[in-house]
Design a protein around this ligand. Sequence first.
Ligand code: SAM
Ligand code: SF4
Length: 475
Amino acid sequence: MMYNPEKLRIKDQRMKPFIDADEIWDILNKSKSSPERVREVIAKSLDKNRLTLEETAVLINTTDPELVEEIKEGARKLKEKIYGERIVLFAPLYVGNYCINNCQYCGFKSMNKDLIRKTLTKEELINEVTHLEDDGHKRLILVYGEHPTYSPEYIADTVRTVYSVKSKNGEIRRVNINAAPLDVDGFRVVKSAGIGTYQIFQETYHPEAYAKVHLGGVKRNYEWRLTALDRAQEAGIDDVGLGALLGIYDWRFEVMGLLRHVNHFEAAYNVGPHTISFPRIKDASSLNISKDYLVNDEDFVKLVAILRLAVPYTGLILTAREPAHVRDQILKFGISQIDGGTNIQLGGYAEKSRENQNLNKEQFQINDTRTLAEIMDELIKTDYIPSFCTACYRKGRTGEHFMEFSIPGFIKNYCTPNAILTLAEYLEDYASEETKKKGYELIDKKIKGLSSDIKVDALKERLEKVKAGQRDLHF
Ligand code: SAM
Ligand code: SF4
């Protein structure tokens, strides 16, 4: 069904393998860091240019603390320049944790007999979505184990169910998915349900390290996974998310692997990935993994800054796997999306079980347990505009991921006004009086910053309409 070796073989003949571990190590070993070279590379990125593998390796090989600070400062500047001050919010929603694979790092692995297995019924799914809407969410990512039950038709069905749930003024306007690789026909089926981004993580780009931790099931096949996004693309899904799970192999190699994947995408389809994720391995039920490659906080911040500089146009996602203090610190180095009020237990949003995590009911430990309301308060306090914007995808502005990056005034004309309008919806429908007051103060301040722009009047007009009860106004 989903895994079709014959199709993979045919595809392999057409497509040259794009990860060569020796080549990556060779570039890493040859690229030398010097103050001049590091500054040159940062300047190139600040000029909105993508970095090459060699240039990225220069940053990776930089260990002098002052130069590392310059890399972080460069990433901060680039974020301000390109993404403005908005942070997009979403929530993960786990639909089912049955799995035929045996990924050593994951609580869902089939050999884990302690895990309490569950697939949400349709009623439970609707209940979860209702709770998420009642908190103020507009964007979800649905997550599934890999199991014959979770067929393309099943996934498409759950996506449609989520879109159909309307609670008070609430609705989910964008459903992304993180699911096992499908074949092209399977991707067509899930696309037909109107998914936003299809996200899949390669886990590790190093083939031997990959083989060591993927002990059973379809996921043992490195190439089938590596080529998943090519099949998605062939099926017309042009909004895709890449990722590497940090802690399986050397993080320096994984950053290069991610970049190599981006290069492949640009060369083959003339689009880049919509997002890149870089989760660190967290505690999980029956976790069984060597500690040799776990990434410390210092290297983590550095690698996020490097990714920001290397691929300036792509969104970077930082999830609640990381504790609040790490998330708050890293936001300024180029993160564009975070999850809020996260609960990854099956049925957990309705049960409100966030404080008492039971690892036998979830994939891994969540370390930022703040509610969405608490995260909203924190973002507003620190001058970010929390955004629930889903405009581009609904206006058909997809695929061309260079947009925010390359079209002058894109952020000013679309992203910031849409962030403000969706924040106002949140303030009207879900916020406490205190948050509402602070939120509107922030909006006033941000609008003043936009004052020379032609869209300000249109924005103010729409803002008044939101206050009067209209919803889903966007540019
Ligand atoms: N079954 C699908 C698959 O393997 O592609 C869905 C993946 S899983 C539900 C989402 C991601 O969580 C995985 O791709 C992996 O990178 C990450 N993950 C798994 N175990 C983890 C752990 N212990 N800590 C942090 N992230 C983990
Ligand atoms: Fe299954 Fe995905 Fe977990 Fe692997 S990472 S055991 S495929 S749910």
